[in-house]
Design a protein around this ligand. Structure first.
Ligand code: UTP
Length: 290
């Protein structure tokens, strides 16, 4: 039985250049999908999976993210005075207890592997989750819970995967599959952003991971990879001989909020999944399409 997963690392230090000028001052992760900042969906998904401690790997200028998850006394007092209980609940539900939130500053955006490495001391030697808020998953069961349940059975590294069109392999970490039961695929290797003709499969890693701490032994070496960045996929690949690696085809639909089209799609999908909004939105969308 694998050790329980209690901590999640949320890398939120990226520059968000694809969303300029929106991200000139506002962190990309604070832009709302429907009515909540993107990063809050990630925190809620992790909480639903039993995660207790959140480690944000952030950057200077992105202080709004930690502020969003902290108590806001002035706002809470004024909502209280006005008897706005529903609104007060929304504000409080978005807070993390001070002891459950840690912040580390990445300093320089040297890549996702480097961002995860920055959390090494706070994670310690235990399995941990990594969530990239940009990838939003609409699912009946929290995608992270699905990973943690699989991890409890197989241990090692367990990541969320999905089949992508072959012409898109150069955007993802891709599995070199050793065996596959249709739900869980075991990998003998990983390749970061391979060209379609070189990709060992079309099974791509999306932004959800449960990782064995052995990954830190490789990240310690600070080896640069694709785009001259320190790649998480490369570090995981180097541990595969000693740490089992599985990709889970999760139940649910992923939206890539790192792109403009994916962001708009996520807004529509999450609004349609909201019973308050869907009945009003459907005729409106039909009219726009007409
Ligand atoms: P992206 O590749 O989407 O980069 O990072 P980005 O900077 O956020 O966005 P663009 O491409 O400039 O528009 C994937 C995830 O890894 C984090 C990002 O915050 C995002 O959650 N990341 C990436 C870091 O925390 N540090 C890094 O050095 C790189």
């Amino acid at each position: 039985m694998a050790q329980r997963v209690r901590k999640a690392v949320l890398p939120v230090a990226g520059l968000g250049t694809r969303f300029l000028p929106a991200t000139k001052v506002i962190p990309k992760e604070m832009i709302p999908v429907v009515d909540k900042p993107v990063v809050q969906y990630a925190v809620e998904e992790a909480r639903a999976a039993g995660i207790e401690e959140f480690i944000f790997v952030s950057a200077e200028g992105k202080e709004a993210i930690a502020a969003h998850f902290s108590a806001q006394e002035v706002l809470e007092k004024s909502l209280e005075a006005k008897n706005k209980t529903a609104e007060l609940k929304l504000v409080r539900d978005a807070s993390l207890a001070p002891g459950n939130m840690q912040l580390v500053i990445q300093g320089e955006p040297l890549g996702l592997g480097h961002a995860v490495w920055c959390a090494k001391e706070l994670v310690g030697r235990e399995p941990f989750a990594v969530i990239l808020p940009d990838d939003m998953v609409l699912a009946r069961t929290s995608c992270m819970k699905q990973l943690i349940d699989a991890h409890a059975k197989v241990g090692g590294h367990v990541v969320a995967v999905e089949d992508v069109p072959r012409d898109q392999t150069s955007r993802y970490g891709i599995l070199d599959v050793a065996s596959d039961d249709g739900k869980l695929a075991s990998a003998r290797g990983l390749v970061e952003k391979p060209q379609p003709e070189k990709a060992p499969s079309t099974l791509a890693i999306i932004g959800r991971y449960v990782l064995d701490p052995s990954v830190f032994d490789e990240l310690d070496k600070h080896t640069r990879g694709a785009g001259n960045e320190i790649q998480l996929t490369d570090a995981l690949n180097k541990t595969i001989a000693r740490t089992p690696f599985h990709g889970l085809r999760f139940e649910g639909k992923r939206y890539d909020c790192g792109t403009r089209v994916g962001f708009v799609e996520a807004n529509v999908a999450f609004a349609l999944a909201n019973p308050d909004l869907a009945p009003r939105l459907k005729p409106l969308l039909a009219r726009l399409m007409g």
